[in-house]
Design a protein around this ligand. Structure first.
Ligand SMILES: *Cc1c(COP(=O)(O)O)cnc(C)c1O
Length: 398
């Protein structure tokens, strides 16, 4: 069923997408996406690709090449495995939610044995847990971890884990940074991360459809002897083509052109501003949640997304649907063990101040309509006004 604003000819309510991907697009990006198609083997496109590839390095903060796959983020996760590992290799996979499970399954599909380091949902893994997992499985060739486990809105201590692994020449640190790049600091080279993957429909502020991957020098060393079957995902010919300002296969022309625009807010000093803005939105959302008498679900909340733990007598699915139908705000619910229990609100993409406050207001109003007694409309007004003022104040310093 179409959302109300699209069904009726005129309804003056803005549709607000507050999911942790896909995300609202900046008008400049939308305009770029609407441009007529050109061929990817043209000087015009090659210049664009060259610009994108150099900005991507600034975004990932690496001197190594960052490559693009015409796939969703999961494709880049698969690429990370097949480009560095061999069947029968062992790895440690941090599993603290849906995306951790996915990476372990991808490894398994290639015959790579994943030792699952199970972390309770909503909690961050500790460096000590990684250290002892490595002691239990000394043949492990990699540690797989999310920077932000989007399903539980939890951030893992990537910098600290990287510091632990840096001196171990035989172990790669692979990070799913799909909701981390552009949302939290993740300087690949400085922290010493070996493989970083990301995807377009998160902080990159693009539609779903392309993904990114970068390998450290150490990871390129693994590539040479990695025996997992690969053809489409092989990064070697892609890297060689990129050196000639081309892609090995057809380029996702529209996405790449739009990326060239979006990267202006994700590279150089603008990157720090974008991250600071995301962190601010997350902090203010957490404060608003607690002012509403509710709890943030995660014990180590991420900046890309906030998970709100709902009162037991309120169905998360019903609340989510109600918010979408009545207030035209799309939020996400929980999956598996969190189904019906949480609401997840994304802080990624082109989110203006009033989008965030409208999102918080919609949650509050819906809760009141569902019989939640800890707030009333008056208190909700104070909460949203306070949030708006703080956003405005932080904006002044941009
Ligand atoms: C969105 C996401 C993915 C990838 O999902 P795709 O649907 O394949 O793009 C992987 N990991 C995390 C942490 C994500 O948030």
């Amino acid at each position: 069923m179409l959302l109300k604003p699209f069904r009726k000819a005129f309804q003056f309510r803005k549709y607000r997408l507050l999911a942790p991907g896909p995300v609202p697009l900046h008008p400049k990006v939308q305009k770029e996406l609407a441009k007529p198609m050109i061929h990817h083997r043209t000087p015009e496109f090659e210049a664009c690709l060259a610009s994108v590839l150099s900005k991507l390095k600034l975004c990932f903060k690496t001197s190594e090449p960052v490559m693009i796959h015409a796939s969703t983020g999961s494709g880049a996760m698969e690429s990370a495995i097949v480009n560095t590992l061999s069947p029968d290799d062992e790895v440690i996979a941090v599993v603290s939610g849906k995306f951790g499970e996915r990476w372990a399954k991808i490894a398994g599909a290639y015959g790579v044995k994943a030792h699952i380091l199970e972390v309770p949902w909503g909690e961050a893994v500790t460096v000590a847990q990684i250290d002892s997992a490595l002691a239990r499985h000394p043949r492990s060739k990699a540690v797989l971890c999310q920077a932000c486990e989007t399903s539980t809105a939890t951030a893992h201590p990537i910098r600290e884990i990287a510091a632990l692994l840096r001196s171990r020449k035989e172990v790669l640190f692979m990070v799913d940074a799909i909701t981390a790049i552009g949302a939290m600091p993740l300087p690949m080279d400085e922290w010493g991360i070996d493989v970083v993957v990301s995807g377009s429909q998160k902080a990159f502020m693009l539609p779903t459809g392309i993904s990114f991957i970068a390998l450290s020098k150490k990871a390129w060393g693994f590539h040479a002897s990695a025996k997992c079957p690969r053809y489409y995902w092989d990064l070697k010919p892609e890297k060689a083509a990129n050196e000639k300002q081309q892609s090995f296969f057809s380029s996702a022309v529209s996405h790449v052109r739009a990326l060239n625009i979006a990267l202006d807010s994700l590279s150089g000093p603008a990157l720090e501003r974008t991250i600071a803005r995301t962190e601010k939105m997350a902090k203010l959302s957490r404060e608003a949640v607690s002012e509403m008498g509710l709890q943030v679900y995660s014990k180590a909340p991420a900046s890309a997304v906030t998970a709100i733990l709902l009162p037991e007598n309120i169905s998360g699915e019903k609340l989510r649907d109600h918010i979408e139908k009545k207030y035209s705000v799309t939020l996400m619910g929980g999956q598996d063990q969190l189904k019906d229990k949480i609401l997840r609100m994304g802080h990624l993409g082109f989110i203006e101040d009033n989008d965030l406050s409208a999102g918080i207001e919609a949650i509050g109003l819906a809760l009141i309509e569902f019989g939640y007694a800890n707030i009333d409309r008056k208190k909700l007004k104070t909460i949203t006004a306070n949030l708006s003022n703080q956003l405005k104040a932080s904006r002044g310093k941009d």
